[in-house]
Design a binder for this molecule. Structure first.
Ligand code: EPZ
Length: 432
């Protein structure tokens, strides 16, 4: 299994470029299905999830290409299929976000129910309930969901939980509905505000994103748009922790400081120094040993669940005992087992972990179970004595653009290990 090999113990120093937000770009690609116009998404990261979404929209008949400047150009003039292929939905849950757009534009869509994943069951009943309220007739059978509708009708929807995906799917569906839709108890993530910007550039009439209610006034048609998505706040947070865990000194840009406020606050609580050194630039310096924390994940603007594994790695070397409570997912603690292989002292009870910091972790061969768990293990390897091999690097490649190049530019001793190379020591390594 392909992996990344890390020789730990080096403080990271220098500056790291932050890519555009994965969890914004994927939704904009889905939204582009609602028009035959030309959509340009600038600085789209070269990551597996973007390639998967490109494969998905191509399978529906849309054209997607990448310009030399890294922007994605998408034109869904001809959509020949209204069914999302099962293997792509299984590979990436975000595939279900084509439901709202296809139903709104063509009145029909068929998608496989997304399976669970390493971090828990990933149901979509909030998405489906909202679409039914807008007049869609939805059947679920043999693991597939089929939705049909004449023109969707604007209505008032109250989400039981501020689901990011449900908010986005329903926002997009409502853009072409007849009348006005209000989504209450909506998710407030920055990627949703960015999606609102993109949709309005397409000619939609959306307002309120970022608050707890989003208002969408349906229009008869949409056109193309040209947009540069926000920087990836989770990638930025990951490199902020990389600076802290290696006692380094790292400058990140572009980053929107407000989007990483919860991460900044918690890093400062550990004793790390986080400074805004420019309107879109942060500097993070680590201290000898981080102070312990109590972290409880919540929907935005609370502490992000997508930063929970990375903070568990940091707390593994804290000077004291920390508690992490994961409230968003039911089983997002698998990385604790792998961190224990590196000498971490962690007890997990359901969705709560108690981490007793140790002075040093030791390198080991560990395996990523999902995207952010893989990032956490890489961070632990950067801090550990000796060599760590993080297998299952394909999970990390889903959301981190050229991670080993960015880390190497900060002074890390990391390189990619080719497929089928046993993790045992002494084997020839492939430097990319
Ligand atoms: C988005 O997933 C992100 N993915 C996730 O990031 C992120 O962890 C999550 O939001 C929370 O911030 C993308 O944007 C592509 P949810 P999403 O709907 O939309 C439950 C990463 O690492 N739920 O807010 O799937 C659900 O099971 C990924 O980049 C229902 O029960 O998140 C989960 O426990 C991982 N029923 C919780 O809500 C529903 O109908 C949050 O899910 C929908 C969701």
């Amino acid at each position: 299994m392909a992996g990344i090999r890390i020789r730990g113990g080096r403080p990271l120093t220098g500056s790291v470029p932050v890519s555009s937000a994965k969890n914004a770009v994927l939704k904009m690609m889905a939204a582009a299905l609602m028009t035959s116009g030309r959509c340009v998404i600038r600085r789209a990261p070269a990551i597996r999830d973007v390639e998967t979404m490109a494969e998905l929209v191509r399978s529906l008949g849309a054209n997607v290409s990448r310009n030399a400047d890294g922007s994605l150009v998408m034109e869904a003039g001809i959509v020949t299929c209204l069914e999302a292929p099962e293997h792509l939905v299984r590979r990436m849950r975000a595939s279900v976000l084509v439901m709202g757009p296809l139903l709104a534009r063509f009145g029909r869509v068929r998608v496989p129910l997304p399976g669970g994943c390493a971090i828990g069951p990933r149901p979509i009943e909030l998405h489906l309930r909202g679409l039914r309220q807008m007049g869609a007739r939805i059947t679920e059978e043999r693991g597939f969901v089929e939705a049909r509708a004449g023109r969707l009708l604007g209505t008032e929807i109250h989400l039981d939980y501020p689901s990011v995906g449900a908010t986005e799917n329903l926002m997009m569906a409502a853009c072409l509905a007849k009348g006005t839709t209000v989504i209450r108890n909506a998710a407030r993530e920055p990627e949703i505000v960015d999606l609102q910007l993109f949709l309005n550039k397409m000619g939609a009439r959306v307002r309120g994103a970022g608050g707890d209610a989003v208002y969408i006034e349906g229009v008869d048609g949409l056109s193309g748009a040209d947009h540069e998505p926000i920087p990836d706040r989770i990638e930025a947070g990951t490199y902020m922790v990389a600076a802290a865990i290696t006692r380094g000194d790292v400058v990140l840009r572009p980053v929107i400081p407000r989007h990483v406020e919860a991460v900044t606050a918690k890093l400062r609580e550990t004793g790390a120094i986080v400074e805004e050194v420019g309107p879109d630039t942060l500097r993070v310096r680590g201290v000898d040993r981080p102070r312990p924390l109590y972290v409880r994940t919540q929907p935005y603007p609370g502490f992000p669940t997508d930063m929970q594994p990375q903070f568990m790695a940091l707390m593994a070397i804290a000077a004291g005992a920390s508690i992490i409570s994961e409230t968003v997912y039911t089983s997002r603690m698998k990385h604790a087992d792998e961190l224990r292989r590196m000498g971490a002292d962690i007890v997990v009870d359901g969705q709560v972990a108690i981490i007793r910091g140790v002075r040093r972790l030791t390198g080991a061969c560990v395996e990523a179970s999902d995207l952010r768990a893989g990032a956490a293990l890489i961070l632990a390897g950067l801090a550990a004595d000796g060599e760590t091999v993080v297998e299952g690097i394909h999970h990390v490649d889903r959301g981190y653009e050229t991670i080993e190049d960015k880390l190497r530019a900060l002074g890390a001793d990391v390189w990619r290990v080719a497929e089928d190379v046993p993790a045992a020591g002494g084997v020839p390594l492939v430097r990319r």
